[in-house]
Write a protein that binds this ligand. Structure first.
Ligand code: COA
Length: 442
């Protein structure tokens, strides 16, 4: 490993520390559909799931088998109700469905059992447990069509699942359920994952999809959205629609977050869970981004956030010591417990200086900067300032769009004029603030 690779690796590993402690002891329900099981990247996903398990995450895996069942039993009848297409499961094909599901389960059990010295699973002792953990009932007659042995989840045996998890096992569930009368039902894997996540009050429902993330109309990744922002019917792929619907319902019923992650890309799960930016799409009940005053505990995160911008010369360098002393001047934007943006308001006579405005690159263009500014203005107004100014080299237009106007050195408070760095040649922007000025940008 070269020195640069060493430090990149070490930095990534260090940066993941807060996520490791945040995820430990939490229940994640993970759906691997039949398409994901058939993909060559499956083994990498298994390695990454093992890593999560080793790090103390309680995993419940739900596997699908839809494409495999379609191949094994061609010519099935389907019925679409309320946008959901379901197979009509005739009793004669149930044995083949159970057999196909068993093959897929065995495929996963085998993948989790590999432990050759060259494998990341070497020295890990991962045990998968399965069983009659779901009670099912028939979905019944929809639009006059009897769905026969196509079922839905009636109850999840949460106590048994929790016990297995506490004992250090990974629970593996197939899309099969049993009724008290002894009948076997064919279930939709996404519905199983959703119901299990809700019943267990899981921290996360993670669904592997062919799409690496959801996008807006312009094709840009949506890193985080609320259920009301998620318009399932506009998604192009039927499978993705089914997955998104499950995420949405789970989150509406109390699962803390739903995550859609691509199954084709090596490492997507880890990047989604252990980096501030993520790589997939997260669905959370409310916008978890809050703006608040910074505390000394935020200093480390702020240093991480602004260091690249200082190195690039966009922001003036501040030592950690200075930051610690000045932390009460800072506001931070927080998402899910992580600092994703900051700014500072320094008193300068009757004016206030806005400085150190930064948003993490992966959260830009999501109005975090604008919201930080609105909060900063409100704070400045509360503190009795009537004018805000900012010195910037790179973001003039952005501040102009937020209502700032070009100013010159003579308009700065006298002490600040003396400190003006002519070499840096920053542009001076000024905004008059009144109790109502911030409303326009809120
Ligand atoms: C400037 C910055 C804080 C904006 O944060 P943000 O959360 O992305 O901003 P918003 O979502 O509120 O606004 C996004 C819009 O501003 C535009 N924008 C972002 N940075 C810009 C810049 N430097 N100059 C001009 N426009 C910019 C985006 O293109 C986007 O426009 P669009 O909606 O038409 O696509 C962020 O880009 C950043 O951290 N930049 C690096 C640090 C910096 O320059 N700080 C200012 C010095 S004090």
């Amino acid at each position: 490993m070269s020195e640069t690779t060493h430090s990149t690796y070490a930095r990534w590993f260090r940066d993941s520390t807060p996520y490791i402690s945040a995820h430990r002891g939490k229940i994640f329900v993970v759906l691997l559909g039949g398409e994901a099981l058939a993909h060559e990247n499956l083994i990498n996903i298994v390695h990454d799931l093992t890593l999560l398990h080793v790090l103390g995450v309680h995993l419940v895996l739900v596997h699908g088998a839809r494409p495999q069942i379609d191949t094994a039993i061609p010519g099935a009848r389907f019925h679409t109700h309320a946008g959901v297409r379901r197979r009509i499961t005739e009793p004669g094909v149930m044995t083949d469905i159970v057999g196909t599901c068993a093959q897929q389960r065995a495929r996963l059990e085998a993948a989790f059992s590999t432990g050759l010295p060259s494998s990341p699973l070497h020295n890990t002792d991962v045990k998968l447990v399965s069983g009659n953990l779901l009670l099912a009932r028939p979905i019944g007659v929809l639009d006059g069509v009897d769905h026969q042995l196509t079922g839905q989840v009636r109850r999840v045996h949460t106590e048994a699942i929790r016990t297995y998890l506490q004992n250090g096992s990974i629970v593996l569930l197939s899309p099969i359920g049993y009724s008290p009368s002894g009948e076997t039902f064919n279930l939709a894997a996404e519905e199983v994952a959703e119901r299990v996540a809700v019943a267990l009050r899981a921290e996360k429902l993670i669904i592997f999809d062919e799409a690496p993330f959801l996008t807006d109309e312009e094709g840009r990744r949506l890193s985080s959205l609320t259920p009301s922002q998620l318009d399932v019917d506009t998604l192009p792929q039927a499978t993705t629609r089914g997955h998104a619907r499950a995420l949405l319902r789970a989150v509406r019923e109390g699962v803390s977050s739903g995550q859609l992650v691509g199954y084709t890309e090596d490492g997507a799960l880890l990047a989604e869970l252990f980096t501030a930016d993520g790589v997939g799409t997260q669905v959370v009940e409310q916008d978890m981004r809050t703006i608040r005053q910074a505390t000394t505990e935020d200093v480390g995160d702020i240093v991480e956030l602004i260091r690249p911008l200082e190195e690039a010369g966009t922001l003036v360098k501040r030592s950690r010591n200075v930051l610690e002393q000045e932390i009460h001047h800072f506001l931070v934007a927080e998402l899910d417990g992580f600092v994703i943006g900051c700014c500072a308001i320094y008193p300068a006579g009757e004016h206030a200086e806005l400085a150190c405005v930064a948003v993490h690159p992966s959260h830009r263009a999501g109005a975090i900067g604008r919201r930080l500014l609105v909060s900063a203005e409100q704070l400045a107004i509360e503190r009795g300032f009537t004018q805000l100014f900012v010195l910037t080299t790179q973001a003039r237009d952005w501040f102009v769009e937020q209502g700032f106007k070009a100013g010159d050195i003579a308009e700065l408070p006298a002490p600040r004029q003396e400190l003006y760095n002519y070499q840096r040649n920053s542009q001076i922007l000024i905004k008059k603030i009144t109790p109502h000025s911030s409303d326009t940008t809120s």
